[in-house]
Design a protein around this ligand. Structure first.
Ligand SMILES: Nc1ncnc2c1ncn2[C@@H]1O[C@H](COP(=O)(O)OP(=O)(O)OP(=O)(O)O)[C@@H](O)[C@H]1O
Ligand SMILES: [Mg+2]
Length: 231
C-alpha cells in the first residue's frame, strides 16, 4: 500500500508545528522517520490518521485521497496505527483489548486475533491479565497486536522501542521485520537510530516541523547529521 503525504501542515491553534511535509512511502517499503524530541513526528502521524486536522495538504493511499476521511475510515482503508507510549486500555484484559478492535471492525473475526497473537506468542499466557498490569514491553507487544487485528496493509508505529527493555526490543524487531516480509508496508517513527536502520530501506529526518534529509538507509551518512538524531 502506497502512502503519499503532500505539503502537510498541522497547527495546534495558531501554533504551526508541521510546516509542509511531503513524504512518499512506496508500496511494500519500510520507511523510518527520525528526528529529535519535539520536531513534530507524532503530530505528523496524528495528522496522517485524522486524529488532528490538517491546516493544508493532502494524504493519499494507493492514489485515493483520504484527507477528509475520519480516523475509523482510515483504519478501514488499511492503516494500522500504534501510537506512542504503548497505549492499551489498562482496565481491560489483554484478551479484551484485542476483542474491542475485533468487534469494532464489525467482522467479529477471531482468526484475525489468532493471527495477531501468532506474531507475539508470549502474549497468549497473558490474555487474562489486565493490560495495566503488563510490563512496558508486554504492553507494547499488545498494542502492536491490537493494531494487527484490523489486518492493515500499512502499519504505522510511533517509537515502539521507547522505554522498552532490550530483550523485548529484539522480539519487536523480529516481529516487525516478519510483518514487512509478509508484504506489509511499514512507516516507523523511531529515535533509536540503530534499530531503525537495521529494519528500514528508506529514511527521512525531521527537524523543526520539516523533512530535512531523506534517502536510502544503505547510503545514509549518520555522522553527517548526528545533531539532528538522538545518537
Ligand atoms: N497538544 C498539543 N498542544 C500544543 N502543542 C503541542 C501539542 N502536542 C505537541 N505539541 C508541540 O508540538 C511540537 C511537536 O510535538 P510532537 O509530539 O509532534 O514531537 P515528536 O517529534 O513526536 O517528539 P517526541 O520524540 O518527544 O515524541 C512540540 O513543540 C510540542 O511541544
Ligand atoms: Mg512523538
Amino acid at each position: 500500500m502506497r502512502l503519499e503525504l503532500e505539503d502537510v501542515r498541522i497547527a495546534y491553534g495558531r501554533a504551526e508545528v508541521v510546516f509542509g511535509v511531503s513524504l512518499d512511502v512506496a508500496h511494500h517499503s519500510f520507511t523510518c522517520l527520525m528526528g529529535r524530541n519535539g520536531v513534530g513526528k507524532t503530530t505528523l502521524l496524528n495528522g496522517l490518521m485524522g486524529v488532528l486536522p490538517l491546516k493544508a495538504g493532502a494524504i493519499r493511499l494507493d492514489g485515493r485521497d483520504i484527507t477528509r476521511l475520519s480516523t475509523p475510515q482510515r483504519a478501514r482503508a488499511g492503516i494500522g496505527y500504534v501510537p506512542q507510549g504503548h497505549q492499551v486500555f489498562p482496565y481491560l484484559t489483554a484478551r479484551e483489548n484485542l476483542a474491542v478492535v475485533r468487534d469494532r471492525a464489525g467482522r467479529g473475526d477471531q482468526s484475525a486475533v489468532d493471527d495477531a497473537l501468532d506474531v507475539f506468542p508470549a502474549l497468549r499466557k497473558l490474555l487474562g491479565r489486565p493490560a495495566g498490569l503488563l510490563s512496558g514491553g508486554q504492553a507494547q507487544q499488545l498494542a502492536i497486536a491490537r493494531a494487527l487485528v484490523t489486518r492493515p496493509q500499512l502499519l504505522v508505529l510511533d517509537e515502539p522501542t521507547e522505554g522498552i527493555q532490550p530483550s523485548i526490543i529484539l522480539e519487536i524487531e523480529d516481529a516487525i521485520s516478519a510483518l514487512h516480509s509478509s508484504g506489509m508496508t511499514i512507516l516507523l517513527v523511531e529515535q533509536y537510530v540503530e534499530f531503525a536502520l537495521r529494519l528500514a530501506q528508506r529514511y527521512a529526518v525531521m527537524d523543526g516541523g520539516l523533512i530535512v534529509h531523506s534517502g536510502d538507509t544503505a547510503s545514509i551518512d549518520v555522522a553527517g547529521f548526528s545533531d539532528l538524531l538522538a545518537v
